[in-house]
Design a protein around this ligand. Structure first.
Ligand code: 9MR
Length: 408
């Protein structure tokens, strides 16, 4: 069931499991099967063990128990090695994150999920969380005033549910990707507040219970400090549009987690300080907010000081807020060499280290395959290869580094 759209009614079959390289170093083998229809079943076995009469769409978790008693993920089903479907690899980011009770996610597109099986399979296999790269933004979900279109976003949420992935909502109030009508109608402050409230209500009501958190406001702070005054929301309403959005969101859904999300606060500095002051003020005044998203769009040349960055993030946690890393990618400046790819890998590991040190609960990448990323076009071809899988969906050194950092 993990890799949709496999049928749950596929005929029973038998799988043979591979031995680890040194089977004698393991005392026993456990094969855990999560049945397509629900329920976990454990079978003790030994290398070469055959599991009979399982459904093709069941999911396998194999646990080798070391002689000294330490558990390790181990073998993989024979079908996997032959490229068969319905199985998950035993070593995925998702499994490493699950073991730590962390979310590991990726931004994605429902069109690509429908069009490219390898895209969908990699996403479901490696991540336990997803976020819409674009299709939940205002321009797409309310293209005309009062007419909501949730088609693509619904398909994305259905995919997440079929694959037991959590969904981060992105984003309700942002200066970009607003429909034309929302920013050009010359609304008064009161009208604009009404437009914002209706948008938030419409979207939150639709996704209630299916999206666990929302980036309520995205990128309201300017790079040089203060508010981003060119935002149509700022111009129509004034600086209190940010807190108004959080209040409307809480009214619309008392249960969903509400996040402020921004870039440029990944390292200590004036923008991070500004955000800290803003959210502390919100908490002091009872403006509802549950978390802060740090985007982490940075090039490979930005070496981050692990302890300084962790301290920067930790102070938000100490306010009682959740923190997610929401949009991680790491473009490499061309010409790209293997040395730069391994530098990218160690910088990714460093970011995971920051997250773990600071108590971050979700690590979300802004895409997962270099085949699809906003980075090359945004940087006019200067940067490329920002993600964990190459454009043929092969895991890169960066994937290995993130996996090892999560698994360590
Ligand atoms: O990746 C998104 C890209 O496809 C869109 O064209 C772009 C429009 O501005 O938005 C990109 O996603 C942004 C995200 O929503 C907010 N933080 C910055 C991301 C990269 O620009």
């Amino acid at each position: 069931c993990l890799l949709m759209p496999l049928s749950c009614t596929s005929p029973p079959r038998t799988s043979r499991f591979f031995s680890p390289k040194t089977p004698e170093s393991f005392a026993s083998l456990m094969i855990r099967v999560r049945r397509c229809g629900g329920g976990l079943h454990d079978w003790p076995g030994k290398p070469g063990f055959e599991l009979e009469n399982h459904g093709a769409a069941d999911e396998y978790v194999h646990v080798w128990t070391r002689a000294e008693g330490k558990k390790r993920a181990g073998c993989r089903p024979a079908e996997k090695k032959r490229g068969g479907k319905g199985m998950i690899a035993d070593q995925t980011l998702r499994m490493a994150a699950d073991r730590r009770n962390l979310l590991v996610g990726a931004a994605c597109s429902p069109h690509l999920i429908a069009r490219e099986p390898e895209y969908a399979q990699t996403l479901a296999r490696e991540f336990n969380c997803l976020v819409a790269e674009n299709c939940m933004k205002a321009a797409y979900v309310q293209p005309e005033r009062g007419r909501f279109d949730f088609g693509p976003a619904d398909r994305l949420v259905a995919f997440a549910e079929e694959n037991r992935m959590r969904v981060r909502g992105h984003t309700l109030v942002w200066h970009n990707q607003m429909p034309e009508w929302m920013k050009t109608a010359g609304f008064s402050r009161e009208e604009a507040l009404g437009v914002m409230r209706d948008h938030i209500r419409g979207v939150l009501a639709h996704f209630k219970g299916r999206v666990f958190c929302w980036d309520v406001v995205n990128e309201a702070l300017a790079d040089g400090g203060g508010w981003r005054m060119k935002s149509p929301w700022f111009q129509m309403i004034g600086p209190d549009y940010v807190e108004a959005a959080f209040r409307f969101a809480r009214e619309a859904d008392p249960d969903v987690l509400l996040f402020y999300n921004d870039y440029g606060m990944d390292q200590p500095g004036s923008k991070a300080d500004e955000c800290y002051r803003m959210v502390r003020d919100f908490l002091d005044r009872g403006v509802p907010i549950d978390g802060v998203g740090f985007q982490y769009h940075l090039g490979v040349e930005n070496h981050l000081d692990r302890s300084a960055c962790a301290a920067n993030v930790r102070r938000f946690r100490e306010l009682g807020l959740a923190v997610h890393f929401t949009e991680m990618d790491m473009g490499i400046r061309k010409p790209i060499t293997d040395e730069l790819r391994s530098q990218q890998a160690s910088e990714y590991a460093n970011r995971v280290g920051i997250a773990l040190d600071a108590g971050v609960s979700a690590l979300v990448f802004w895409g997962f395959t270099d085949k699809y990323s906003w980075v090359p076009s945004f940087t006019k071809g200067e940067y490329d290869e920002p993600l964990l899988f190459d454009s043929s969906y092969r895991p890169k050194p960066a994937w290995k580094a993130v996996f090892d950092a999560l698994a360590s």
